[in-house]
Design a protein around this ligand. Structure first.
Ligand code: SAH
Ligand code: F3S
Length: 481
């Protein structure tokens, strides 16, 4: 594997990875959560060893893979549209093979091969190491399927190929699967039971990224606070581990401090935190290390205790407020973001008002907000009627989004006049003469380029803002370079 530094048209350095000895071309597209993007990098690494180079050109691909998301119906529709497009290309180039990866592959299994005639291969999230065999099967003209979920697989031994990388920030996955069984959520069915990755392999991957010039990593998991390494195996089997394994287990707070101490100039982020599992220990660890970014993505889904219970979210509104109070006390600078679902079954106007009042209490910096989408097989789909009319869901969602906009602006205004450290990620989408980067709170900061370059830590004076972006001017390098 060779590292190629390319100058793109704006003169930024971007790091691309290519295997030069490959003979076949792989085109891979990813949808959904960060974990899917991270998984695609593992897939690209596994297939590089089989002689596949990645390509950005769909038309020239020998193998097309689509890493899919099932979280909402719309996500699945997007994938189906892409499959239609691949079908059109395949009509011109019948030798091209198409594989479906990820959550839709797991959810629909071999049904995919029957329903979508153009699909040659279906591979679930725990079966990527079987890709060499599966590819051989389709090469020999047979359809191939592996959707077996695993108790151990964490891909800890695979060094991911960084795809579409800016050479500055990268994802490192630390847990796979989820045991929470939120009643609306398909993830526990598509990604299996929760298991954690060996901390040594995590630190090794982080170290490799640091050596290659990366400046920021995001530790990824569906529920990172629940991270627990005791020598392998499922989280739920921890009680069956030996006393020695239990005594030497590594939890998330320890993993965070190990990483922060090993690479004191590397920015460390993590996602996603679940309120029921986030401990004071984690918050205190964040306070202790400057290089752990002061930003917590803390989905709550609803502000109503009754709905939280129906969703099987294992905390109350009051407990969530207690957690928020602790974060604000221990980490006064910390940004907090939410995920919210509007129109969960049985949600009343009063429940919805509870969501708005919870938002008023927290005043989130950002948010990701969705209308409830019933997912086949989930507890909510089996036990509850999707009874909130579509227009009511939409209206409530709009109210939530509008309130978030208002809070976003209140939050960004708090940065005005301050000088903040920004890590430059690339050109601003809207202007070739401005850089785009983020402060520790994960807020996007845009400022004139001058002589700074991608990967620099720069102190930026914040002069202006919108609800989601800070606008400023560099005043010099920060001491983190
Ligand atoms: N713990 C995960 C959650 C993954 S799903 C994480 O790493 O972020 C991301 C978000 O999608 C959830 O927090 C929830 O707000 C939303 N979501 C999940 N299932 C949904 C459904 N059936 N309908 C609407 N939104 C949903
Ligand atoms: Fe889904 Fe809840 Fe896990 S939202 S991913 S079941 S924490």
């Amino acid at each position: 594997m060779e590292k190629i530094i390319e100058e793109n048209k704006q003169g930024e350095s971007i790091v691309l990875e290519q295997s030069n000895d490959g003979t076949r071309k792989l085109y891979i597209e990813s949808y959904g959560c960060q974990m899917n993007f991270s998984d695609s990098e593992i897939v690209a690494s596994i297939l590089a060893k089989e002689g596949f180079n990645t390509t950005q050109q769909l038309e020239e691909a020998d193998l097309v893979l689509i890493n899919t998301c099932s979280i909402r119906e719309k996500a699945e529709q997007t994938v189906r549209k892409r499959l239609e497009k691949f079908n059109a290309v395949k009509r011109i180039n019948p030798a091209m093979k198409v594989g479906v990866l990820g959550c839709m592959a797991e959810r629909l299994k071999s049904k995919f091969l029957e329903e979508e005639k153009i699909v040659d291969m279906v591979v679930g999230p725990d079966a990527y190491k079987d890709l060499p065999n599966l590819v051989q099967e389709i090469d020999e003209g047979r359809n191939a399927v592996n959707v077996i979920l695993s108790k151990e697989e964490t891909y800890g031994d695979i060094a991911p190929v960084r795809l579409n990388s800016n050479g500055v920030s990268a994802f490192v996955s630390i847990t796979r699967g989820c045991d929470n069984m939120c009643t609306f959520c398909v993830v526990p069915f598509t990604r299996g039971r929760e298991r954690s990755r060996d901390p040594h392999s995590i630190l090794e991957e982080v170290g490799q990224l640091w050596e290659r010039g990366f400046k920021e990593i995001t530790l990824l998991g569906q529920n990172v606070d629940s991270y627990l390494w005791y020598g392998g195996g499922l989280k739920k089997d921890f009680e069956k581990a030996t006393p020695m394994q239990q005594a030497t287990a590594v939890n998330f707070a320890t993993l965070l401090s190990m990483t922060a101490e090993a690479y004191p100039k590397l920015r460390i982020r993590f996602s996603t935190s679940n309120p029921q599992d986030m401990t004071l220990d984690v918050i205190e660890t964040m306070a202790k290390y400057k290089n752990i970014c002061k930003y917590i993505h803390l989905p709550v889904q609803s502000g109503s205790n009754r709905i939280l219970k129906e969703m099987n979210r294992l905390h109350t509104r009051e407990e969530y407020f207690e957690l928020i109070d602790n974060i604000k006390r221990i980490l006064p600078e910390c940004a907090i973001s939410q995920d919210m679902i509007a129109g969960f079954p049985t949600e009343t106007e009063e429940d919805h008002q509870d969501t708005l009042s919870l938002m008023e209490y927290v005043q989130y910096d950002f948010g990701f907000m969705f209308a409830y989408s019933e997912r086949p097989g989930t507890m909510a789909a089996r036990k509850m009627e999707d009874d909130v009319p579509e227009e009511v869901k939409k209206r409530r969602l709009t109210e939530i989004i509008n309130l978030q906009q208002k809070h976003g602006l209140l939050r960004t205004r708090e940065h005005l006049g301050k000088v903040e450290e920004v890590l430059i990620e690339g050109s601003s989408k809207k202007s070739d003469v401005h850089w785009m980067g983020r402060n520790t709170q994960n807020t996007v900061v845009v400022f004139p380029k001058e002589n700074y370059k991608v990967g620099d830590f720069v102190n930026v004076r914040i002069d202006d803002c919108t609800a989601a972006t800070l606008i400023g001017e560099a005043v010099g390098y920060s001491d983190n370079n």
